[in-house]
Structure formats: structure tokens, C-alpha cells
Write a protein that binds this ligand. Structure first.
Ligand code: UDP
Ligand code: MG
Length: 323
């Protein structure tokens, strides 16, 4: 029996990336050629149009060659969900996830694939950014986030690792079984397990436009990560609630003794005000946090699909000559 040619699926979500369509198609073409030359893999490209409002999809369709598919979602669902939509369409022996904005280079992609091919023991090779360019504040807050979220579970979410990774088909299939609607991919990759290996890289500059992550977006995303992957904040809050109540009790005792045994008139309102404000603020924060968890629980309990596909365009033509 002739040996079947192994296949690599490339999954790329895009949202309003018309400006990078041509460059990305060229990168994919080179990648396809190299992957076939070095590792003997056949490549399928699966792009997910995450509700673009510009002509991205048409531009990509025009620029792509070889075997490709563009899954157009019915609206913008967010990158995390778009990645799932792509994984759902994969069937290859290996799956590579990369961005369309040319921040993920040909060289690093090939390095990831090479590492996976050479290490039969490893199931996932992910690209880890070195945070050289990041501000101190940003990298410290990331550190804090990961140490907090990792302190209360059996698996570790690695720092500085994103969706840029290559995995075996078995891992991709396992990931598609995780149908969380409010998705936090880093957590899901870690939850799914398997053996991971990191390759450190420096992401390139975005070709055009800006990152879709604002500071506020990042904060909301971290809250979501916490609410779906960690009970630590709830534990800290209930414990500190207990501590505050205990301190209040002790203070109450002190006042009791002062008044009844020593006859000291305790001035009332400053301590009252402090207690009200501190406890009030604490309560509000706690309520908000519980609300966050309830919101995640509510979204997950609705029997809705994670995303909706508008249509799928595909092509299986010849490789286009260098455009
Ligand atoms: N993206 C997407 N849906 C979104 C936001 C982003 O499909 O709602 C795509 C985007 O087009 C790009 C990739 O996800 O291909 C990474 O997005 P971005 O460059 O904004 O993120 P960053 O590189 O800053 O992490
Ligand atoms: Mg980017």
C-alpha cells in the first residue's frame, strides 16, 4: 500500500485584515513549499473570517493558492472563538495556528513544525514571546496574573504563550471537544494537557492597523480567564471577609471593655464611617466578582452554539505564481 502523505492544516483567524491579505498569502505559499520540501507534508489552509466588515475575505480568496477554505462567521465572535471554528474544520496530522497580520513569521512557523516533527514525545510546540519590548508595568502585571491563576489548579498556564503553536491532530481534536463559549484559549490549551514544548521568539510588527487588544480589553479578558479557570479570587475574598469580620469582632470587644469596665466614652463616628466605607467597598467588589462568575455560568448554561457559520468559500486550484 502506498504511504499516505502526511498533512498539515494551517488555521488563521482574521478580522478586517484586508491590508495584510496579499502579504499573508505570499507567506503561506512559501510556508507550504518549505513544509513540503523539508517534511513532506501536504498543506491545507483554513482561514476564518471573524465577521470582517471590509473586503478581507475577497482579498484573501483572490490572493490564496493551492488548497484553501475560508469559513465566514455570521459576525465577529472574537479571536478565541474563531480559532475554534478553524480547529473544527481540521483533519490533518498536524495543525498550525497563526495570525494573519504577519506578526508570526515563516521562520518561526517552520521552527515550530520542525520541533514537532523531530520530537515524537512532544504533542504541542508553542511560540513564547520574549517580552523584551514590553513595559515593566505590563510584564509585571502579566507575571502577577499568571502566578495568581496558576496557584489554584493542577495544570499551569504558561506565561507569554499565545495561540501561535503547532500541535498533533489528536490535540486539535481534543481541543474541539472543549466547547466553552466564553473562551480563554491559553487556559484551554493547558487544561487539555498533552506534552508541550516552547520555542522563544520575537513577534514582528503588525503590517497595518493596530492590535485588537486595548488595555481595557486585556483587563476584561483576564477577568474572564479568572472566572472560568480559577476559584482563587473567591477564596481570597471569602477568607478576607472572614478576617475583616474577626477584626470587627475584636474591635467590638475592646469597645465593650472600655465602656463597661473602664468607663471610657468612645468617640463613635470616625470608626463608624471607616467601617461602613471599608465594608461597603469590600462588599461591592465581592458582589462584582461573584457576578463575573455568575455571568460565565449563565453564558455556558445557555444551549447556544459557540459560533455560527455564514458560509464557506473554498478553492483547490494550482499554486498561484508569486503575485
Ligand atoms: N482577530 C480575530 N477576531 C478578533 C480579533 C482579532 O479573528 O475579534 C484576528 C486578527 O485579525 C489577527 C489575530 O486574530 O489575525 C490576532 O489579532 P491581533 O493582532 O489584534 O492580536 P495581537 O497580535 O495583538 O495578540
Ligand atoms: Mg497581532
Amino acid at each position: 500500500m502506498p504511504e499516505r502523505q502526511p498533512t498539515l492544516d494551517i488555521v488563521t483567524p482574521f478580522w478586517n485584515e484586508a491590508a495584510s491579505a496579499e502579504g499573508f498569502a505570499r507567506l503561506l505559499l512559501e510556508l507550504e513549499t518549505e513544509v513540503s520540501r523539508r517534511f513532506g507534508f501536504a498543506t491545507r489552509k483554513i482561514l476564518i473570517d471573524d465577521g470582517s466588515v471590509d473586503d478581507s475575505a475577497a482579498r484573501f480568496a483572490e490572493a490564496l493558492g493551492g488548497e484553501w477554505e475560508i469559513v465566514r462567521l455570521s459576525r465577529n465572535f472574537g479571536k478565541e472563538v474563531a480559532v475554534l471554528a478553524g480547529l473544527d474544520r481540521t483533519c490533518g496530522d498536524m495543525v498550525l495556528i497563526m495570525d494573519a497580520d504577519l506578526q508570526h513569521s515563516l521562520e518561526v512557523s517552520l521552527k515550530l513544525i520542525g520541533e514537532l516533527v523531530e520530537n515524537p514525545d512532544v504533542d504541542v510546540v508553542y511560540a513564547r514571546t520574549n517580552r523584551e519590548g514590553a513595559s515593566w508595568k505590563r510584564s509585571q502585571s502579566a507575571k502577577l496574573f499568571y502566578s495568581l491563576i496558576n496557584s489554584s489548579q493542577r495544570f499551569d498556564i504558561p506565561e507569554n504563550a499565545g495561540d501561535f503553536r503547532v500541535m498533533r491532530g489528536t490535540v486539535a481534536r481534543a481541543l474541539t471537544k472543549l466547547r466553552d463559549k466564553r473562551r480563554f484559549n491559553k487556559g484551554l490549551y493547558a487544561w487539555a494537557g498533552f506534552r508541550h514544548k516552547a520555542v522563544t521568539y520575537t513577534p514582528g510588527q503588525r503590517v497595518s492597523g493596530t492590535s485588537k487588544w486595548s488595555r481595557l480589553n486585556l483587563l476584561a479578558f483576564s477577568m474572564e480567564g479568572f472566572a472560568s479557570f480559577s476559584v482563587l479570587p473567591l477564596r481570597i475574598l471569602s477568607l478576607s471577609g472572614l478576617a475583616v469580620a474577626l477584626a470587627g469582632g475584636i474591635y467590638g470587644l475592646k469597645v465593650f471593655f472600655e465602656v463597661f469596665f473602664y468607663g471610657i466614652a468612645v468617640p463613635g463616628y470616625p470608626s463608624l464611617l471607616v467601617a461602613i466605607v471599608v465594608l461597603g467597598g469590600f462588599n461591592l467588589a465581592l458582589l462584582g466578582l461573584i457576578g463575573e462568575y455568575v455571568w460565565v455560568a449563565l453564558s455556558e448554561s445557555k444551549d447556544r452554539p459557540v459560533y455560527i457559520v455564514r458560509d464557506i468559500v473554498s478553492g483547490a486550484g494550482e499554486q498561484k505564481p508569486d503575485a
